[in-house]
Design a protein around this ligand. Structure first.
Ligand SMILES: NC(=O)c1ccc[n+]([C@@H]2O[C@H](COP(=O)([O-])OP(=O)(O)OC[C@H]3O[C@@H](n4cnc5c(N)ncnc54)[C@H](O)[C@@H]3O)[C@@H](O)[C@H]2O)c1
Length: 301
């Protein structure tokens, strides 16, 4: 289910059925559940732009909290008790210790992280009262592409696709926000995880629901600075990718790096594509074949 307010019908794989449904639309949701009779729900639909969430917290509370509560109601009414939730590293805010593990304090510094945390906090109560089984997956920075599927947001705010747009000649330069952070090269450090590794974690999480509810970080455990990402993008694309230095953005912590030790230990998950060259290389392959994202006719299977 996706109402395509941000998504792309062309991204739906052959064999899957797309239901154009807004998840806050209870009658449409009820009709879809009655027709599809799902065993489980993997819930990705959300707004996820930090800056936008600060300007329009109302949009974020409506879409990330209210709509999710409608979805949980309809699941309960249809006896669907298995739930995998897309949460985020933004629930942690500015961490005191690195790498961040799941026991770290959750102190979001923006409405986006706060709205995801509201749902995470509701889930144990739904479990106690209604027998809902859930896994909350706190993703760090999703990146990379598969042969068929890549990243296409409007507006694009993620670093790697922005750098690739410069390499494609669609932007004159990239921007680096803050070069005076207390890091080796002065730029922010983030944890990038390949989207195919994320997908594999969802399959494991779904199977593990039988053994109980839990919360997992999903990251590489490897932090890369903005300059390291820029250098890797230059290396992969062979393009000079000019970059303009800008002041820091408010609320950007210097370092966010995950410990994914818990999911490694409990479910045996390991990122298989951890290097920047693999992550950026796969995104570049897709971007070259789809220079206008999903508006480009697929030239691959
Ligand atoms: N991309 C990341 O790095 C990242 C990191 C942490 C968490 N997440 C979470 O992962 C999930 C997916 O993120 P993404 O980057 O693919 O975002 P996205 O915007 O590309 O995908 C979200 C999809 O949900 C749909 N949608 C939104 N609200 C809806 C609603 N009310 N009803 C029906 N459809 C709706 C949109 O049309 C879109 O296709 C989100 O929950 C996000 O918070 C993403």
């Amino acid at each position: 289910m996706d109402d395509l307010r941000k998504g792309h019908a062309a991204a739906v794989p052959p064999g899957a059925v797309l239901e154009r449904v807004a998840i806050e639309d209870r009658p449409a949701l009820v009709a879809t559940f009655a027709r599809a009779q799902p065993d489980a729900v993997l819930h990705f639909a959300a707004f996820s732009l930090v800056g936008e969430s600060v300007a329009r917290p109302d949009w974020y509370y409506h879409n990330n909290v209210l709509a999710t509560l409608v979805l949980l109601d309809v699941m309960r009414e249809h006896g669907v008790r298995r739930f995998v939730f897309s949460s985020t590293a933004a629930v942690y805010g500015a961490p005191e210790h690195l790498p961040i593990d799941e026991a770290a304090p959750t102190q979001p510094t923006n409405p986006y992280g706060a709205t995801k945390l509201v749902i995470e906090q509701a889930l144990p109560w739904y479990e106690a009262a209604f027998g809902l089984r859930y896994v909350s997956l706190r993703y760090f920075n999703a990146a990379g592409a598969t042969e068929r599927l890549g990243e296409h947001h409007e507006p694009e705010t993620h670093l790697i696709p922005l750098l690739l747009q410069v390499a494609l000649g669609q932007r004159p330069s990239a921007e680096i926000y803050g070069v005076d952070y207390p890091t080796a090269d002065g730029t922010c450090i983030r944890d990038y995880i390949h989207v195919a590794d994320l997908a594999e974690a969802h399959v494991l999480a779904l199977a593990a629901l039988e053994q109980g509810s839990r919360v997992y970080n999903l990251g590489n455990g490897l932090g890369f600075s903005v300059r390291q990402v820029l250098e890797a993008a230059r290396r992969v694309t062979g393009h000079p990718i000019p970059a303009v230095e800008r002041p820091r953005r408010p609320g950007d912590p210097p370092r966010l790096v995950a410990s994914a030790a818990r999911i490694a230990r409990e479910l045996g998950w390991q990122p298989k594509r951890p290097t920047l060259d693999e992550i950026i290389g796969s995104a570049w392959e897709w971007a070259r074949r789809h220079p206008h994202g999903y508006a480009t006719r697929c030239s691959s299977p």
